[in-house]
Write a protein that binds this ligand. Structure first.
Ligand code: GP9
Ligand code: MN
Length: 414
């Protein structure tokens, strides 16, 4: 095997044969503002608690956007950092470690590097945590980020902290000030923090009552979700005030689940179900994904099966960058010609027709357990892909691949 074999696999099974037409180049010359919304899960969207919408702003914002309601997080042990890894590379995170720690010196063909080279976009990260958390300070250099505005770029004291650190409202407020000074067009990634486990919210800041169950975690989860939702609304308003909004495309995505299976009983109670089955648990791995294009009227909900692996090809197409020779495992979210499964790092797989979880094959539409053989094809392909992706990372194989020509760069490889 080697990078040539992987290239062949990608060409046969992943690369879209027809150039996607939808939205090609729509982001050109615009700023891209990506917001990683900590622990936001799709089950909150359009959902109510005590008769109130939990995240009213996201619910409204998505109506004016492309909203993907069948979109999955695919992170593993590396949590937020795995989500960043998936988005920037369209490679899978690793099975037993966080690539941000173990493979931060690799050569990557990452989104920031490509858009710098092709369109001269600079990429920035905004996140009010220590720069070394998840080894970001090292990994961001390898991924091609120009600058990381970490906790040192934000002014606050203890009274401004909720949970893990600076509250999301002050975070977005100060981020707008930092963004204002960037040369346009830019790519920026913001990572929120308030809606992070264990979801603690000071009583006086809470704007929705807690849920009432045996799980303190789930009970509190709705309050921090609401808080971050309010911060996002404030952010969009501030972008408008500063005149940045019109020239930008704004993307919001949940980074990974917030409520683990440990809280299944409480979750079943909230959802009004008898129990949470392994099938339900898979469906709970959906995270909201919103692409908001100011001034663009053709919006709506898209229910295509999709996941974080699809972000990079989607962004590249929106930016009008053709990269037929890239090695990625995802597809453009707007393409009709997509792979029909989304693989998780823990062996579970969601397919258009079938779901594989806990050693059982389920029919996706009904949740019925069916003969295991139905899942075989998708399981084989998913395993193959995960292995190829791991090979690339473990072997640092992109050193040997010429992305311009789509061929091996070094004949001595392998
Ligand atoms: C930490 C933040 C949260 O900087 O991104 O990380 P997580 O615990 O969700 O991986
Ligand atoms: Mn996270």
């Amino acid at each position: 095997s080697g990078i040539d074999e992987i290239d062949e696999y990608v060409n046969e099974n992943v690369r879209e044969k027809e150039a996607p037409v939808d939205l090609t180049g729509i982001a050109e010359d615009r700023n891209i503002i990506y917001i990683a919304v900590e622990s936001m899960q799709t089950f909150l969207v359009d959902e109510t608690l005590h008769g109130e919408e939990i995240i009213p702003f996201i619910n409204e914002f998505k109506e004016d956007s492309y909203y993907f309601d069948n979109f999955y997080h695919q992170t593993g042990l590396g949590k937020t950092s795995d989500h960043e890894f998936l988005l920037d590379n369209s490679l899978y995170p690793l099975p037993n470690s966080a690539a941000f720690f173990t493979h931060a010196q690799n050569e990557y063909n990452s989104l920031p590097k490509i858009i710098k080279e092709e369109l001269d976009y600079n990429s920035y990260v905004f996140h009010a945590n220590n720069e070394s958390f998840w080894n970001r300070n090292v990994m961001y250099d390898s991924l091609g980020y120009e600058e990381f505005f970490d906790v040192e770029s934000y002014e606050f004291d203890e009274s401004d902290e909720i949970g893990w650190g600076l509250n999301d409202k002050d975070f977005v407020d100060q981020t707008v000030d930092l963004i204002k000074d960037l040369d346009e067009p830019f790519y920026s990634k913001m990572i929120t923090l308030t809606h992070h486990f264990p979801f603690e919210m000071p009583e006086e800041e809470a704007t929705i009552d807690q849920f009432d169950s045996d799980s303190v975690t789930l009970n509190q989860y709705f309050q921090t979700a609401r808080y971050t939702d309010e911060a996002l609304e404030q952010f969009i308003d501030q972008l408008k005030e500063e005149g940045i909004y019109e020239d930008s495309i704004i993307i919001m995505m949940g980074d990974h689940y917030g409520i683990s299976s440990y809280h299944n009983d409480a979750m079943a109670q909230f959802l009004g179900e008898d129990e949470i089955t392994p099938y339900d648990e898979v469906k709970l791995q959906r995270v909201p994904m919103i692409v908001h294009i100011p001034g663009h009227e053709d919006t709506g909900t898209i229910s295509t099966l999709s996941g974080q692996i699809d972000y990079k090809p989607t962004m590249l197409n929106m930016l009008g960058i053709e990269n037929q020779n890239d090695i990625m495992f995802g597809n453009d979210l707007f393409s009709q010609d997509r792979k029909d499964f989304i693989a998780f790092r823990d062996g579970r797989i969601v397919g258009e027709d079938y779901i594989y979880a806990s050693g059982n094959c389920y029919e996706n539409s009904s949740g019925e357990i069916i003969e295991e053989a139905h899942c075989d094809t998708m399981r084989e392909q998913a395993e193959q892909e995960l292995n190829y992706s791991d090979e690339i990372i473990y072997g640092d194989l992109f050193r040997f691949y010429d992305f311009e020509q789509g061929e091996i760069a070094d004949e001595n490889e392998s």
